[in-house]
Write a protein that binds this ligand. Sequence first.
Ligand code: XLS
Ligand code: NI
Ligand code: NI
Length: 456
Amino acid sequence: MVKLAAREPTNTYFRDVMVKFDGHDSKDPFAYKWYQPNKKIQGKTMAEWLSMAVCYWHTFKGSGADPFGPIDVYNRPWGQGDDPMKVAENTMDAAFELFTKLGVDYWCFHDRDIAPEGDTVKQSKFNLQKMVDLADAYQRGTGKKNLWGTANLFSHPRYTHGAATNPDTAVIGYAACQVKAAIDATIQLGGRGYVFWGGREGYEALINTDMKKEREQLGAFLTMARDYGRSQGFKGKFYIEPKPREPSSHQYDYDAATCLAFLKEFGLEDDFELNLENNHATLAGHTFQHDVVTAANAGKLGSMDINRGDPTCGWDTDQFLTDPIEAALVLMPVMQQGGLSGGCNFDAKVRRGSTDLDDIFHAHIGSVDALAKGLLIADYLIREGTLSKPLVDRYASSQTGMGKKIAEGTTNFKDIEKWVMRRENGGKVLTLRSGRQELLENKLREAYDAVIRNAG
Ligand code: XLS
Ligand code: NI
Ligand code: NI
């Protein structure tokens, strides 16, 4: 294989600007007010902690389409023309131009985002390889890096009844070919991870579904993917990205807890971690913080798809995250575990009505700054012990005596009964202690205020 020469970014599609830190009081809409890539916090730079990625699908392939208006409303300049490979090349020019102008270090892609599917598997592989070679050249010319790659196993009509979980083996075959090529692409681009989001790995109705069989197929498929990746020298993590539904009415990777059990059941826990997305957690009836903490507790918090949902509606709106306190609550566990094997991917899109190219800048700038501010707040909360100190106090009774025995599993119900009766006989009454939720809500706000004030 002949490597293409390194490619410099062009200045073709987007406004002529390099987005940089311009001070907390800056009014420049094309500047960061909080993100300082080289600022050190607890031993790592902001850029390292966050390892932020621009996502290819929403940002460059999104058309603004929705179920009531499936026609492209953006008409992006790089998306025009009849030759799909030429369009793919133009799109990649636009992508590396934007990555460079935003100063974000990483990017994420599906195979079909960067290269069009051909009429045959062979043609599709060829198209993908060509675009991966171009991306490789661009990465060397811009210093941008791949966070993770993945395969689109949900858009083509053949995947209507699932990919790995399809009742038809011929479809599983296509999915395997796609994942094999997408893993190769991710390896060539030096990706930190490889993601499985199983949008159609679920069912519409149980009356026509063998759920046991489909879950086993998924386990076998992920095992083969893992084995293939490792055999080709892939050192990164594999990630499952949970989501409860949409497009399927039930998805097997429902939420973090479900995925953790799945990984254990199929013996995949050494190679797989979770890639968690805010709007997927909320669709499952959880907060983002809930899924992040669930994964972190199991040592499986690997990567995050940063976005937010609309609390008033029940689907995946994939909006840009703008609330620094919400960011802080998920970045705190990240800091406490020393970072992510992956990073923070902006799996978010501008609204259908946000039709200007500049809107793409505003969206990313706002979310990058929300994460940067969130990181500062998380750092403050950890250093001050704002939430951890009250926890020590709240759980103090488990540190000694019977509490310690229960925690260590060195007692039993009979002994506990004796202990309770002894306490009652000794006149010890159980006192209900406040959880102090409202106080802590105020403390979170005070942490936010302190970070803003200290930044001065
Ligand atoms: C869709 C998912 C998807 C994955 C990658 O809801 O978030 O974008 O991140 O396949
Ligand atoms: Ni996602
Ligand atoms: Ni999503």
